[in-house]
Design a protein around this ligand. Structure first.
Ligand code: ADP
Ligand code: MG
Length: 600
């Protein structure tokens, strides 16, 4: 006598629900995506008790045939796919045919629908079983109400977070859908509070405005680029607005919001050195590609995707972000205090939202400068920085420019130094104050970065080899990173025990405190261990630049200040130091006049 039985359909659905319907936000996602699949241009969402008591989604899509309605709630019932072949070409949002069955199995559902040419009807289900189906007055389209979610799966209910967290998750879901479908007019209410309202006019920047508010929207820069396989459209919020987590980087692949670690990482790398450590950008990246290159069917809720040629796309993203941001003039300007801006409902609700001090405290950061070419670079008479160590600051000017370098600052006349730390300058359009330490960090960072990656290094034999001793642990690590160090120009010769010799060094190494520099480079490599040369170059450059730059509290004479500004103007990013802090701050003539009440 056998003991194996097929699971009853209801039980199978409930088990599947565990995968598809994790929390209220997953229900919202499936229902809204279904509505969009049904051709809706307008979708309205109503929620009660963070979706536990009620999730209602109303759309103006094509509606259900009455006879199809019960079938739609069977597992693997779908109108979107007929055979395996379709799996690869499908462009619509859902294709597993199990969302409605799963949702219905753990809730009470009421479906009201009408197609243009048919009469309306209403159908109710309890725990996935149809309990009534009757004719009913209905608008063209569909309204699905899901109530008492997880009423029959108490364990699931117990695992839900606080209603604030669940609501934040729903909001995040809706935001992502809105960003992937700017052509759909989407509204959402929680009880009587508006969570989201988009216009449906197709403009993604308007959706960003609806979600993130006016101040963020004013800082969006858009760029597009493509390769043979991918086309990219990037909407980047300038780096002076930041968030404390990565959640604000949205990836949209062929019209769907997705998750992909490597792609998100590429966006961050593109912003890198423009953001303070531990801060993240707000950005929306739309990627279009041949669907054959995607494997979407990895995660049951289809957020995580795998791509072939992922590296190529990562590079496209990283470079586009980097170039776009560098092209912008990134000088924060100080504005007189302004009326606090209105916060959107989302900002009030979403506890993870953090704001930079834009409203409550002056100064306000924004980048209002026009992008006119700078005209008179020859005003400078560069003289060497006499008091500084003889580092070849000028070589940065001569070396091959990879990216557009130089002359993006307006002509600046040095007025003087403040607190031995800040250089105060006059310009045609106002007053600039430069943080001398940050400026030199940027200059050296770019210099070191270039030198570290330069394959034909010139070496200089040391008269006395450096003898460096390490701990046992460090010695083991050094053996591991020796090839990386060699690529970066540093060859360590084992000298027995935990001792190594350095016989020659690249000529560009700072001569004073040579041992310090070499140790820094080694320590860095040990810390980054698994990392490649590109990342190592960047981290090592930041470290060396920071250590070897003039600190605050260092008097500079007029020529030294001019030289510093000249060198700064030759860098690719003269506006922020490698840690993302601003290098210069501006008071426009207008703002000064306003402060002195000469204008209103
Ligand atoms: P899938 O979306 O993967 O096909 P679902 O269980 O989400 O599976 O939906 C089952 C079917 O119900 C869909 O294929 C579609 O034909 C129909 N459907 C679901 N929601 C709507 C809607 N809002 N308007 C019209 N048809 C819908
Ligand atoms: Mg679906």
């Amino acid at each position: 006598m056998g003991i194996i039985q097929e699971l009853p359909e209801q039980l199978a659905n409930r088990i599947a629900a565990g995968e598809v319907v994790e929390r209220p936000a997953s229900v919202v996602k499936e229902l809204v995506e279904n509505a969009i699949d049904a051709g809706a241009t307008k979708v309205e969402v109503d929620l009660e008790e963070a979706g536990i008591r009620l999730i209602k989604v109303r759309d103006n899509g094509h509606g259900f045939y009455e006879e199809d309605a019960p079938r739609a709630f069977l597992r693997h019932a779908t109108s979107k796919i007929r055979d395996e072949h379709d799996l690869f070409r499908i462009r619509t949002l859902g294709f597993r045919g199990e969302a409605l069955a799963s949702i219905a199995s753990v809730s009470h559902v009421t479906l009201k629908s009408r197609r243009t040419e048919e009469d309306g009807f209403e159908m109710t289900l309890q725990g996935g079983v149809v309990t009534a189906q009757t004719p009913a007055a209905a608008n063209v389209g569909t309204e699905i109400a899901v109530s008492q979610l997880f009423y029959n799966t108490p364990a699931r209910l117990k695992y839900l977070k606080t209603s604030a967290t669940e609501l934040a998750s729903i909001t995040d879901t809706l935001n992502r859908i809105a960003l992937s479908h700017p052509e759909v007019r989407l509204t959402a209410f929680h009880e009587d509070k508006e969570l989201l309202r988009t216009s449906g006019n197709g403009d993604i920047k308007q959706v960003m405005l609806a979600i993130y508010g006016r101040q963020v929207a004013a800082q969006i820069v858009t760029a597009s680029s493509k390769t043979n396989d991918y086309s990219l459209s990037a909407h980047l919020v300038r780096p002076e607005v930041t968030r404390s987590n990565k959640q604000y980087v949205t990836l949209i692949l062929n019209g769907r919001s997705i998750k992909n670690f490597a792609l998100t990482q590429s966006v961050l790398e593109g912003y890198h050195t423009l953001l303070p450590i531990g801060r993240y950008p707000i950005a929306v990246l739309e990627v279009n590609m041949d669907p054959m290159l995607i494997d979407v069917n990895v995660h049951p809720t289809k957020r995580e995707v795998r791509l072939s040629k992922e590296k190529e796309l990562c590079q496209l993203i990283r470079e586009t972000v980097q170039l776009t941001l560098r092209e912008q003039r990134l000088i924060p300007s100080v504005k007189p205090k302004e009326r606090p801006a209105q916060r959107t409902e989302q900002e009030r609700l979403d506890f993870t939202v953090e704001r930079i001090p834009v409203t409550d405290e002056a100064p306000t950061w924004n980048y209002p400068l026009p992008r006119e070419p700078v005209t008179s670079p020859s005003r400078w008479s560069p003289t060497p920085l006499v008091n500084e160590a003889p580092e070849p600051i000028d070589s940065i000017v001569e070396s091959e420019a990879v990216e557009t370098k130089g002359e993006r600052l307006p002509p600046l006349d040095v007025i003087g130094q403040l607190h031995a730390s800040y250089i105060v300058c006059g310009a045609e359009d106002g007053m600039y104050v430069i943080d001398q330490h940050a400026a030199q960090e940027r200059i050296k960072y770019e210099l070191f970065y270039e030198q570290l990656g330069n394959p034909d290094k010139e070496y200089q034999l040391l008269l006395l080899p450096l003898t460096l001793e390490f701990t046992q642990e460090e010695t083991l690590a050094i053996e591991e990173v020796a090839p990386l160090l060699k690529e970066a120009g540093l060859e360590l010769e084992p000298f027995g025990g935990n001792t190594f010799l350095v016989r020659e060094i690249p000529t560009w190494y700072p001569q004073h405190d040579l041992e310090g520099t070499v140790r820094d480079l080694i320590e860095m490599a040990i810390r980054d261990r698994s990392v490649n040369l590109a990342k190592y170059r960047e981290d090592a450059s930041i470290l060396m630049a920071c250590k070897r730059s003039i600190k605050a509290n260092h008097p500079l004479n007029h020529e030294m200040m001019q030289q510093l500004i000249h060198d700064l103007n030759q860098t690719t990013s003269p506006y922020t130091c490698p840690h993302g802090r601003p290098i210069l701050v501006k008071w426009s003539t207008y703002e000064l006049e306003k402060l002195f009440k000469r204008v209103m």
